[in-house]
Design a protein around this ligand. Structure first.
Ligand code: HEM
Length: 198
């Protein structure tokens, strides 16, 4: 719970913030949505998150481009199968590269581009029923923390966009290189100055 629940949630938030800073048009769009929903209140409450489709699209797109657990958790086949002419015996270890699937040109249009609009008016979701998009895995070993992770991260992103204007600091802030390891972190920290939006 601690391992898969903390690291993933924080790293996906960092990636989302990084992409927002790299894409001022998207940041502006999100800020406009947040400020319309916030209406001068001290914070956007959790119950208003459902009224923010652009925010949800931003979170989904950040998870697509930066799948926090790129190789999911390994599986083992339970019976002999034939796939594309290959015999796969029972007991074979199977690794799913969710990172590569989420950047596959045959599935996604301009997969390297951060464009939340691709998730607007789209049935594509991360609950494990669309195999083109598996940031939380799928099946009975899929992530049980999806709802919690989405709520926390959307709430934080909504309120950051609502309350602050951002200015980047530091030469490496927008370098989107990844670390290796089970969870893909941003290699260089984001240095950013936030100014309260009045
Ligand atoms: C953005 C945040 C998160 C991401 C991207 C994420 C992603 C994943 C992935 C990819 C798996 C493996 C699924 C598979 O291989 O099919 C997993 C498993 C798991 N996650 Fe999450 N997770 C996140 C947040 C959380 C949170 C907040 C919790 C708990 C509060 C949590 C609890 C777990 C647990 C317990 C498992 C193991 C499930 C099992 O093996 O049966 N995760 N997560």
């Amino acid at each position: 719970m601690y391992g898969t629940g903390t690291d993933t949630t924080s790293t996906s938030l960092v990636w989302a913030i990084g992409e927002l800073l790299r894409n001022p048009r998207v940041m502006k769009e999100l800020q406009q949505e947040a400020r319309k929903i916030g209406r001068g209140r001290p914070m956007i409450p959790e119950e208003d998150i459902e009224k923010m489709p652009y925010l949800k699209a931003v979170f989904k797109e950040a998870l697509r481009l930066h799948v926090p657990i790129p190789l999911l958790v390994p599986r083992q086949s339970t019976q002999d199968v034939k796939i594309f002419g290959y015999d796969i015996p029972s007991g074979t270890q199977v690794w799913i590269n969710a990172w590569a699937i989420a950047r596959d040109h045959s599935i996604w249009e301009e997969p390297e581009v951060f464009r939340p609009e691709r998730f607007l008016n789209s049935p594509m979701d991360y609950i494990g029923s669309h195999f083109e998009y598996l940031p939380f895995g799928a099946g009975r070993r899929g992530c049980p923390g999806i709802k919690f992770a989405a709520t926390i991260n959307e709430l934080v992103l909504a309120n950051l966009a609502y309350k602050f204007e951002f200015a980047l600091e530091g030469e490496h802030s927008l370098d989107m290189s990844e670390t290796d390891g089970m969870t893909a972190h941003k290699k260089y920290p984001i240095l950013v100055k936030g100014t309260l939006y009045e």
